[in-house]
Design a binder for this molecule. Structure first.
Ligand code: PNS
Length: 161
């Protein structure tokens, strides 16, 4: 089975990496799909985000044999069909994620009933972590050691310098 793990990844965090490692063990192919959320202003360009994901996975010694990192610029469900994905993976942290995730999953299901959304519950130690939180900590020069890989930390420092 082929899965997509879509998101803004602005930037990738240790919480995303945890989901990637776990999802890659469940599927034959995992495509990390970097998309634009039109409601969010991003700090990193889409190409920078793809590069940061690739560099982070390399630095964490993740088995990347089944993983593809790619950007997309369309409806997620159209992209999913184009790459023959069976499943969309989303990480679910707290209850607060649920409403937005439910809305997306139902809308995507309405547009293409053949593609399922599957939620992986975030590991407890990452259940509070988000890219927005990481950017705020970086902006105020806080300690990012437990939140993102070194390569992301360096790139955030450069952005906010
Ligand atoms: O990491 P995010 O910001 O929660 O990811 C959201 C993302 C990129 C997966 C979502 O905004 C998306 O799918 N964007 C592509 C456009 C689209 O299909 N929108 C309708 C979703 S029902």
């Amino acid at each position: 089975m082929r899965a997509i793990y879509p998101g803004s990844f602005d930037p990738i965090t240790n919480g995303h990496i945890d989901i990637i490692i776990r999802a890659s063990k469940l599927f034959d192919e995992l495509r990390i799909a970097v998309g634009g959320n039109i409601l969010k202003n991003s700090v990193f360009s889409i190409d920078e985000r793809v590069e940061l994901i690739e560099a982070s996975l390399r630095s964490q010694d993740v088995d990347i044999s089944k993983i593809i990192v790619e950007k997309f610029d369309s409806l997620l469900i159209d992209y999913a069909k184009k790459v023959n994905a069976d499943v969309i993976i989303r990480g679910l942290r707290a209850v607060s994620d649920y409403e937005y995730e439910l809305q997306m999953a139902l809308a995507n299901k309405e547009m293409n009933e053949n593609i399922e959304t599957i939620f992986l519950v975030s590991s407890g130690k990452y259940s509070y972590l988000s890219s927005s939180l990481v950017k705020e900590i970086a902006y105020f020069e806080g300690d990012l050691d437990n939140f993102v890989p070194d390569v992301v930390k360096k790139n955030l420092r450069n952005k906010f310098q």
